[in-house]
Design a protein around this ligand. Structure first.
Ligand SMILES: C[S@@+](CC[C@H](N)C(=O)[O-])C[C@H]1O[C@@H](n2cnc3c(N)ncnc32)[C@H](O)[C@@H]1O
Length: 209
């Protein structure tokens, strides 16, 4: 079974079964996407590559951004359309083949940067059509931060900003613990230590132009 077939099978009710608290998780990810690296004003276009059921659309639309989603799974795109109707532009295409008709301000790729077979070629394409920043997440216990940074620079990104993220995806966390995790994200060396066992990095890469 291909990756796309796997996600076709997971599409119906995707957010509800893949996230313990889907709305809160998407809100927090939107906060981090917007606050990591250069600021972008409301009205800017945000392209979500491998958007799945486009669960990032609601918090970004609510903050005044234009949202465009792309996914290789036709069933995910159908699920996104079921959830959002005509409120956003959605395209069924592989992210390694997709090029937007016009440049976008921000490109995001969440839980998915590792799918394109040629990572540097993928990053290079993103750098070509992204004006302000490319934001994606990765687990440092699975993917080498040094290799990712090397590939980003080779692909034409000049500046890289990293932000720890500790809100769990599959476990709902009570309010006081959420506050503690947010403080941990801002704690510098302690956060880097914690990332050895838990959490992910959000990476904002700025194209050199
Ligand atoms: C783990 S899900 C993440 C979905 C969404 N970004 C999120 O964070 O909820 C990965 C998504 O990547 C899509 N995908 C995998 N390989 C792809 C490719 N080469 N091109 C486009 N989409 C792809 C899958 O269909 C799936 O929707």
């Amino acid at each position: 079974m291909s990756i796309i077939e796997k996600f076709d099978g997971l599409a119906r009710g995707y957010s509800e079964h893949d996230y313990a608290d889907p709305a809160r998780y998407a809100e927090r990810r939107a906060d981090v996407v917007l606050s990591t690296g250069p600021a972008v004003a409301p009205g800017a276009t945000i392209l979500d590559l491998a958007c799945g059921d486009a669960n990032m659309a609601e918090p970004l639309l609510a903050r005044g951004y234009e949202y465009v989603g792309v996914d290789g799974s036709g069933e995910m795109i159908a699920e996104a359309k079921r959830r959002l109707g005509d409120r956003v532009a959605l395209t069924h295409e592989l992210i390694d083949r997709y090029t937007p008709e016009a440049e976008v301000d921000v490109t995001v790729c969440l839980r998915a940067f590792y799918y394109p077979a040629d990572r540097v070629a993928f990053f290079r394409d993103v750098a070509r059509y992204t004006r302000c920043k490319f934001v994606f997440d990765f687990d440092p216990r699975v993917y080498s931060r040094a290799e990712i940074e090397r590939d980003l620079r080779e692909a034409g990104f000049a500046k890289i900003v990293l932000q720890p993220f500790f809100l769990p995806q599959r476990v709902s966390v009570p309010g006081p613990l959420r506050v503690a995790l947010t403080l941990l994200e801002r704690s510098g060396p302690l956060a880097r230590l914690a990332l050895r066992v838990r959490g992910i990095w959000f990476c904002a890469a700025v194209p050199s132009r």
